[in-house]
Write a protein that binds this ligand. Sequence first.
Ligand code: URA
Length: 240
Amino acid sequence: MRLAKYLAHAGVASRRAAEQIIRAGRVTVDGEVVLDPARDVDGSRPVAVDGRVVEPPRDRVVYAVHKPAGVVSTARDTHGRPTVVDLVAEPGRRLYPVGRLDADTTGLLLLTDDGELAARLTHPRYEVPKVYVAEVGGGPISERALRALREGVELEDGRTAPAKVRRLRGNVIELTLREGRKRQVRRMCAHVGHPVKRLKRVAIGPLRLGDLPEGAARRLTDAEVRSLRDVAGRRWRARG
Ligand code: URA
């Protein structure tokens, strides 16, 4: 594994910051200063930063959680409310939510200790699609409202990008967004006269919530993690 990646996986810093730390001459492998971030290391020889030995990186985990309403998606809540991290029993690991759902939104949220994957899945640059099911008020939804949601609506923080929107039944619609602005679905729907009554996220990229019960968590399989890396990585490479 490349030295910079090794340090990033060990939780020392982001990959880019690790490269800077290496180039600054702060990293040794087996006691010898290494300035090349691409130097191959495998954990068999001690790697140290500023003279302190770094624990070799261990396998990263990703969990899918079905967030209930009332649970917050920060790692810690200043008001003492339950957080999504409390839903996963992983002693000894520090897991972070990948992005956010509003406290009153339910559905699929990922937790991981893989900072790089988390950054890729949430950064707008990677455009990972997220699918939401919204039950809305404001009377029957018109074709015009659906079209406006698809084409983009003007919000305080700018026009929304084109989205896939379809009616599932009555006043329940499915929206596929490639952006992740704060309270975006709620603001978009309110803008076209249909305030959201209930909101649930059902998919992130290739991963679906499926029949995971509310409040439950499950560790993703290696194949699922690869498919997530793939969807974020592909767009990264495509856009350079
Ligand atoms: N859009 C919202 O309005 N809320 C969420 O929690 C997620 C997307």
